[in-house]
Write a protein that binds this ligand. Structure first.
Ligand code: HEC
Length: 221
């Protein structure tokens, strides 16, 4: 959100800077106070450069996630590099290679367009972080976690799974297993299970019978 606000402010600065340059260079009538307008152009140009540098260097760390970049993220990053190069060239020409000054107007316009494309390509998403941006391989990993390697509870036999899921819903299974020393037969377990069943709707009559039989059986082992 903060990044988006910075980016939009940056684009407003760029637009103002370019429009002011157009007024001086392109308008045949031209403003009377050319000097001040050019000065303002420079001010907005540097405000743009400042925000651009802030965002650019702030984003560089995201290259650590480059392996998760999708197409949009790569285009965004490439376009940002192009904008940085254009900005550097423009500043160099304006201050040192002044014989090329005639190109400044074109470079400025190109920079505005490239910066706009850079911002638009992202539209508030974090490159590499957004699910849509992820390569299919990464998406698959996030979408379908590897099945648990242990034998609990998916890989248990059905009756054990029923026992663990239903009887483990309210309290740990451990104490239940420990009371196998107290309730030794299916007949011992039936009333206990019936009492548990009365506390909830998740245990059907069939579950209750099966669990009582199962617990009676393992108690006898
Ligand atoms: C709705 C929650 C709930 C579910 C589901 C549940 N229990 Fe309980 N269980 C309790 C509560 C509460 C207690 C303690 C109060 C009591 O004993 O009634 C308890 C206590 C126990 C005890 C110790 C008390 C005694 O009588 O020895 C055993 C053994 C037990 N449960 C076994 C089971 C078994 C087996 C299942 C699965 C069929 C099961 N529970 C499912 C809530 C539940």
């Amino acid at each position: 959100m903060v990044i988006m606000i910075l980016a939009i402010t940056m684009m407003v600065f760029a637009l103002v800077a370019v429009l002011l340059a157009y007024e001086v260079l392109g308008n045949p009538k031209g403003p009377d106070n050319k000097k001040q307008v050019l000065w303002l152009h420079r001010l907005f140009g540097y405000l743009f450069a400042l925000l651009f540098a802030l965002l650019f260097f702030g984003m560089l760390s995201r290259y650590t996630h480059a392996n998760t970049f999708g197409v949009a993220a790569w285009l965004h990053a490439t376009s940002a590099l192009a904008a940085a190069a254009l900005l550097a060239v423009k500043i160099l020409i304006a201050h040192r290679y002044k014989k090329f000054a005639g190109n400044l107007f074109f470079l400025g316009t190109l920079l505005l367009v490239v910066a706009f494309v850079t911002v638009a390509l992202v539209g508030g998403k974090v490159p590499g972080m957004n699910d849509d941006d992820r390569p299919a391989a990464v998406k698959k990993i996030t979408a379908a976690p590897a099945p648990p390697t242990g034998d609990w509870p998916e890989n248990l036999p059905p009756i054990e799974r029923t026992f663990v899921q239903k009887c483990g819903a309210c309290h740990p299974i451990g104490p239940v297993v420990q009371s196998l020393s107290r309730y030794k037969t299916e007949a011992d377990w039936l009333p206990v299970v019936a009492r548990m069943q009365a506390k909830t709707t998740i245990i059907s009559d069939a579950d209750a019978r099966e669990i009582a039989a199962y617990l009676g059986q393992i108690a006898g082992q």
